[in-house]
Design a protein around this ligand. Structure first.
Ligand code: BGC
Length: 756
C-alpha cells in the first residue's frame, strides 16, 4: 500500500522537515528514525553505476563498486534509437534495484553549444529535439524499474569554465528554443522523478535560487511533479531556494542551512507551507522507490557487458568509406595505435565507472581467430612522438593490405571540470596517420573521442569509423563493425566543423570568468552552418552504411493544418544495397515565409528502420504546430505565422531527398504595441490596423505632393512606400502631418481596432 505522505509530513517537527531538505552525506538523503523514514541512496551514472561505498566524491577520484560501463551519451545519441536507449535504461534500472540505489543521477542533456565543452561526451546533442527524445526514452526505461532519474544540469550549463559561478546570459527565445526543450520533452514524456539544477547563474540568478526556472517554467509551464535537487554544492541562498522551488540540497553538510530554514519560518520570512511542500515532494519520490522495491534482482555483470557491447554496435558512425570496409577475411591487416589494445571508452569525472572488464579490438580480433598484427605507434594517454614507433608503423603499413589506426583523445584532453583549448587530436597521432596513409591507401581510422576533432587527414584515408566513448564492450563492437558482422548504423548527433574557429560560439566561449554571453542566439550547430551556407567536415545527421538506402515518396495526411491539428508525414525507405542494414530517417521543418531570424531548417522527427536487401518500409512521423514554431517573446508563447512550411526528409542534415509543402493557419496574433515607436509598416502588416493607416495615407496624399508619390505605383512611389514602412508614428508629427491631438485620436482608433 502506498505510504500516506501528507500524514507523514504532518507528524514531523519543523526541524525534522528542514533537515530532510538536505542530504545526509555524499550519496544519502537523511533519515527520520522516529518515523521510520529511511536514508535512501542516489548514485552517479548515467551510463552505468558509480556507487561509492566509502570516500565519496563527485569528481570520479575515489573508486566505486565494480559495475558495467555502457556507451556514453555522445555515442548513444548517435544511435538515433529511442528503443535502444530505453532498453539500456531498463538495464540500468535493474542494476540500481540490485544495488539498492533509489535514483540514478542522469541523463545529462545540456546542449553541445561548443565542441570544446569538456563534458560534451556526457551530453547528447547540439540539437534539442534529439536530446529530448533520447532523454525521455532513457528516463522511461530506468523509471519502469521504479528507480528515479535526475535529469541534469538544469539549465544553461554548457561549459566547464567557471561552471560553478558563471552567469549564462541568453534571450528568452534562445533559452526556450535551444536550451530548455530537452528538459521540457523529458518532463512531458517521461516525468523524471527528480531534476538536478546546475551551478551557474541564468541571466543573473543562480539556478538554485531561480523561481522563474524552477517553478514558472518547470512546474507551471511543463507540469513537473518530482523534486529538484542541487548539483553537488550548487546551493546559493538556501531559504530563497525553498521559495524558488528547490527541494533538496546535496551533498551533506547541510546543518547550517537546515537551521536557516527553521529560523526563516520562525521569523516569518518563509512560509512553513513551502517547507511542507518541499518535504512532500521529496518523500513522494523516496516512497515511490521504497513502496515498489523489487527484491531478488541480480546485477549480472557479464550479461550486462554483452548488452553494453551490443548497444555500442548500434551507435558507431561510419563517417567515410571508399569500399575498404568491411574488411575481407583474406586481407592482411595491421592495427596501429595503443587504443587497439587499451581503448578509450569513457570520460573522466563524476560519470567515471569502475568497469567490470574492458574488451579491446585486438582482444576481440584474437578471440575470433583473425590474423591481425599490431604496432603500438603512439601511446593512448599522452601526446608523445616516438620516431622508432612511427617508423615501425610506416613499415607495417607497407607490408600489409590494410591498416587500421586506432586514434582518439587521451583522457586528459577532455573531462568534467575543464574545457578543451582546441579541437586538435594529439600531434603524434595526426603525424602518424598522415605518414601511414601516404604509405598505404587502404588506411582506416577508428576514433575514440567524446567530441568533435579536427581531422586534417580526412581526405587522405580510405575509411573513418567514429566509435565515440563506446563503453566497456567497445572492442567487440569495433571488431564486429570492421569485419562486417554488423553494419554501422549510427548518425552524427553533432556537426564536426572544419575548424574550431567556425563554431558559432567561438567568440563568446570562455572569454569572461563571470559572464557567458550566448550571443549566437538560436544558431547553434547545424542551425548556424546551414544559415551561413558554410562547409563543414561532417554534417549533423550524417552516417554511412555498408548498404545503401533510398528515401522517397513523401506524402502528408493533409496539406494544411491549424493550431490544434497535426499532420502525418510518410516516406518510403528502401534498402537498395545487398546487405541488411538500418537507416535513420530524419524530418526537418523549414519556414518558407521569409520570417526573419529563423534557422534554415530544424529537426522535428526521426526514426530508425531495419531493412533487408531490397526491402521497403514506410516510416511515418508527426508534425504539429509546435514543430513549426519559434518562441515569440512578444507573445510569451510558441508561434508560427500563417503560411507555407517545407517538410524535408533525408538521412542527414545535408542530404535531404524528399520534400513536401504544408500550409498552416494560426489564430495566434503577435501583439502590436501602440505608441509613438510603432511603424507604418507594422501597422500595414496587421489586418486590423491596415485599413486605418491606408485611409490616413490616402488623406495625406491628397494634401501633400511628397506623400502622393508614396501612393504612386511608379519607382519613386515604391521607394517612398518602402521608406514609410520604417517610419514610426511619432515622426508624422515632426513632418507636420499631425499635431498632438490628432496623434492621440489616431492611437485611440488603432487601439480600438485591436480590441483594446
Ligand atoms: C556533477 C554532477 C554529478 C554530481 C555528483 C557534480 O560535480 O556536475 O553531474 O551528478 O557532481 O557526483
Amino acid at each position: 500500500m502506498a505510504t500516506d505522505i501528507k500524514k507523514l509530513v504532518a507528524e514531523m517537527t519543523l526541524e525534522e522537515k528542514a533537515s530532510l531538505c538536505g542530504g545526509n552525506d555524499f550519496w544519502h538523503l537523511k533519515a527520520v528514525e522516529r518515523l521510520g523514514i529511511p536514508a535512501v541512496m542516489v548514485s552517479d551514472g548515467p551510463h552505468g553505476l558509480r556507487k561509492q561505498a566509502e570516500g565519496g566524491d563527485h569528481l570520479g577520484i575515489n573508486d566505486s563498486i565494480i559495475a558495467v560501463c555502457f556507451p556514453a551519451a555522445c555515442a548513444t545519441a548517435a544511435s538515433f534509437d529511442k528503443e535502444l536507449i530505453g532498453k539500456m535504461g531498463e538495464t540500468i534500472g535493474d542494476e540500481c534495484q540490485a544495488e539498492n540505489l533509489s535514483v540514478v543521477l542522469g541523463p545529462a542533456v545540456n546542449i553541445k553549444r561548443s565542441p570544446l565543452c569538456g563534458r560534451n561526451f556526457e551530453y547528447f546533442s547540439e540539437d534539442p529535439y534529439l536530446a529530448g527524445e533520447m532523454a525521455a526514452s532513457y528516463i522511461n526505461g530506468v523509471q519502469s524499474r521504479h528507480i528515479g532519474t535526475s535529469i541534469k544540469h538544469f539549465a544553461l550549463n554548457n561549459q566547464e569554465y567557471f561552471r560553478m559561478s558563471n552567469d549564462s546570459r541568453a534571450s528568452e527565445r534562445t533559452i526556450r528554443e535551444i536550451y530548455l526543450p530537452a528538459f521540457e520533452t523529458a518532463v512531458k514524456k517521461a516525468q523524471p522523478k527528480t531534476v538536478m539544477c546546475s551551478y551557474n547563474k541564468i541571466n543573473g540568478t543562480y539556478a538554485s535560487d531561480n523561481e522563474w526556472l524552477l517553478t514558472k517554467v518547470l512546474r507551471d509551464d511543463w507540469g513537473f511533479e518530482g523534486y529538484v535537487m542541487t548539483d553537488w554544492g550548487a546551493v546559493d541562498d538556501r531559504v530563497q531556494g525553498i521559495r524558488a522551488g528547490l527541494e533538496l540540497e546535496m551533498p551533506g553538510n547541510t546543518a547550517e542551512n537546515d537551521a536557516k530554514i527553521v529560523a526563516a519560518v520562525k521569523d516569518g520570512s518563509l512560509d512553513e507551507a513551502l517547507v511542507d511542500r518541499a518535504v512532500e515532494r521529496i518523500l513522494t519520490v523516496v516512497y515511490d522507490y521504497i513502496d515498489n522495491k523489487v527484491s531478488g534482482v541480480v546485477f549480472d555483470r557479464d550479461k550486462d557487458h554483452e548488452k553494453a557491447a551490443a548497444v555500442e554496435a548500434e551507435c558507431a558512425v561510419l563517417l567515410e568509406n571508399n569500399g575498404v570496409l568491411p574488411l575481407a577475411g583474406d586481407k592482411s591487416v595491421v592495427y596501429i595505435g595503443e587504443y587497439a589494445e587499451k581503448p578509450r571508452y569513457q570520460g573522466g569525472g563524476s560519470s567515471h565507472i569502475n568497469s567490470s572488464k574492458v574488451t579491446s579490438a585486438l582482444e576481440a580480433a584474437k578471440a575470433k581467430g583473425r590474423s591481425v598484427d599490431y604496432v603500438k605507434g603512439f601511446p593512448f594517454d599522452k601526446d608523445e612522438e616516438n620516431e622508432e614507433e612511427l617508423a615501425k608503423a610506416v613499415e607495417a603499413a607497407k607490408t600489409h593490405d590494410v591498416v587500421v589506426v586506432f586514434a582518439g583523445l587521451p583522457d586528459n584532453f577532455e573531462s568534467e571540470g575543464y574545457d578543451r583549448a582546441d579541437m586538435d587530436m594529439p600531434k603524434c597521432q595526426n603525424k602518424l596517420i598522415a605518414a601511414v596513409a601516404a604509405a598505404n591507401p587502404n588506411t582506416v581510422v577508428v576514433l575514440h573521442n567524446g567530441s568533435p576533432i579536427e581531422a586534417p587527414w580526412a581526405d587522405d584515408v580510405a575509411a573513418i569509423l567514429e566509435m565515440y566513448l563506446g563503453g566497456q564492450g567497445v572492442g567487440t563492437a569495433t571488431d564486429e563493425l570492421l569485419y562486417g558482422e554488423k553494419n554501422p548504423c549510427g548518425h552524427l548527433a553533432e556537426t564536426f566543423p572544419l575548424r574550431v574557429q567556425d563554431n558559432p560560439s567561438y567568440l563568446n566561449f570562455n572569454t569572461d570568468p563571470e559572464i557567458c554571453n550566448y550571443a549566437e542566439g538560436v544558431y547553434v550547430g547545424y542551425r548556424y552552418y546551414d544559415k551561413k551556407a558554410m562547409p563543414v567536415r561532417w554534417a549533423f545527421g550524417r552516417g554511412l552504411s555498408y548498404t545503401t538506402f533510398r528515401i522517397d515518396n513523401i506524402r502528408l495526411s493533409a496539406d494544411s493544418m491549424d493550431d490544434d491539428g497535426c499532420v502525418e508525414v510518410s516516406v518510403d525507405v528502401t534498402n537498395t544495397g545487398d546487405r541488411a542494414g538500418k537507416e535513420v530517417v530524419q524530418l526537418y521543418v523549414s519556414d518558407l515565409n521569409g520570417t526573419p531570424d529563423r534557422p534554415v531548417k530544424e529537426l522535428k522527427g526521426f526514426d530508425k528502420v531495419a531493412l533487408e536487401p531490397g526491402e521497403t518500409k514506410t516510416v511515418t512521423m508527426t508534425v504539429d504546430a509546435r514543430a513549426l514554431s519559434y518562441y515569440e517573446e512578444k507573445l510569451g508563447d510558441w508561434f508560427a505565422p500563417s503560411g507555407k512550411y517545407g517538410i524535408l526528409v533525408g538521412d542527414a542534415s545535408d542530404n535531404i531527398t524528399a520534400c513536401a509543402e504544408l500550409s498552416f493557419t494560426t489564430k495566434k496574433v503577435v501583439p502590436l504595441r501602440i505608441d509613438g515607436s510603432v511603424t507604418i509598416g507594422e501597422l500595414l502588416a496587421n489586418a486590423a490596423t491596415a485599413p486605418i493607416v491606408q485611409q490616413m495615407m490616402k488623406a495625406a496624399a491628397e494634401q501633400s505632393p511628397i506623400m502622393s508619390e508614396g501612393t504612386d505605383l511608379g519607382d519613386g512611389g515604391k521607394m517612398m512606400e518602402a521608406m514609410m514602412r520604417f517610419m514610426p508614428l511619432k515622426s508624422l508629427k515632426s513632418f507636420g502631418m499631425m499635431d498632438d491631438a490628432k496623434m492621440e485620436g489616431l492611437m485611440a482608433v488603432l487601439r480600438q481596432a485591436l480590441g483594446r
